[in-house]
Design a protein around this ligand. Structure first.
Ligand code: AMP
Length: 282
């Protein structure tokens, strides 16, 4: 396996280049989206960790599945939405400007988001992190081009759910302001229609100690969620075609809640026996 190489060429945009890594081995993984399972083997082979992207509409569950996979694979889960919310909470100089944009469901400028991501990657690099699962980035073609300019992405997972489920899930989303865990109080029960399968999801309720500490994201109101979905369809959907044309896109229709979807996702990623293989290799 080729050694991991730091990208010599720095990005012409926003100075992102030196903070991403690339590998010549990455080239081999472009042929089929399923070769990302090769990405998983590379973790076992200690070559380099996976570099994956999660795409999907707001509320689809990118954070949930990206976070579970990051724990399984030992790579950081980096959600640009979290970076934006941290910046908002910090009351730093950007905070007021960002809150206006985010509360209307609009996208932050490519420059600001690339800078936030760049800082996060730099901090991770200093702690010895390698590989990543990106959630919420790229969101525009420009961001995808910047990313493509500075690193190899092994796999792009596109999570999908019907729009009415997405709205219910966003409106039901809650976070415990003490432990930081996410929950969902929505009962989803979508009947089968026009050949599309029924989807039901039980709420993911918090334990009693979190119950009185639940907060709702300021941008999870019906009006803002609908604006975010419209913006996703206009701005982010072209990314699906972009990554499909590169042979990197894996479409995944979520069959239901976590209990049904997680094992099916692991199977689709050929990671269903990953833990066993890892302990065998240890
Ligand atoms: P999320 O948690 O991914 O829904 O992101 C929350 C908000 O942060 C979005 O509605 C945007 O305003 C902003 N944001 C997050 N990621 C990006 C990105 N890649 N590009 C532009 N804005 C972003």
């Amino acid at each position: 396996m080729a050694r991991v190489l730091r990208v010599a060429r720095s990005s012409s945009l926003f100075g992102l280049g030196s903070r991403f890594y690339s590998t010549s081995a990455g080239e081999a993984s472009h042929a089929s989206p399923f070769l990302h399972a090769g990405g998983a083997s590379r973790v076992l082979a200690k070559d380099r960790n996976v570099q994956w992207v999660f795409l999907g509409c707001p509320g689809v569950g990118k954070g949930t599945y990206a976070s579970r996979l990051s724990t399984l694979l030992g790579v950081p889960h980096i959600a640009t939405g979290d970076l934006v919310r941290e910046e908002l909470a910090s009351s730093g100089p950007l905070s007021r400007q960002l809150s206006e944009i985010v509360n209307q469901g609009k996208l932050v400028s490519d420059e600001i988001i690339v800078n936030l991501l760049s800082k996060r990657l730099e901090a991770g690099e200093a702690k010895g992190e390698s590989g990543f699962i990106l959630d919420g980035f790229p969101r525009t073609m420009r961001q995808a081009e910047i990313l493509g300019d500075v690193t190899d992405i092994d796999l792009v997972v596109n999570l999908k759910l019907p729009e009415e489920v997405l709205v219910d899930k966003c409106l039901g989303r809650r976070t415990c302001n003490q432990c930081g865990k996410g929950f969902n109080v929505a009962h989803v029960n979508l009947k089968s229609e026009n050949g599309k399968p029924a989807i039901s999801m039980d709420p993911l309720l918090p334990p009693p100690q979190c119950m009185s500490k639940l907060i709702t994201r300021a941008d999870d109101t019906e009006e803002v969620v609908k604006a975010r979905l419209r913006i996703y369809n206009e701005t982010s959907q072209p990314l699906e075609e972009y990554y499909r044309s590169k042979g990197k896109l894996m479409e995944f229709d979520l069959p239901g809640g976590i209990p049904e979807s997680w094992p099916r996702l692991l199977e689709a990623l050929r990671l269903d026996d990953y833990e066993e293989k890892q302990s065998a290799a240890a």
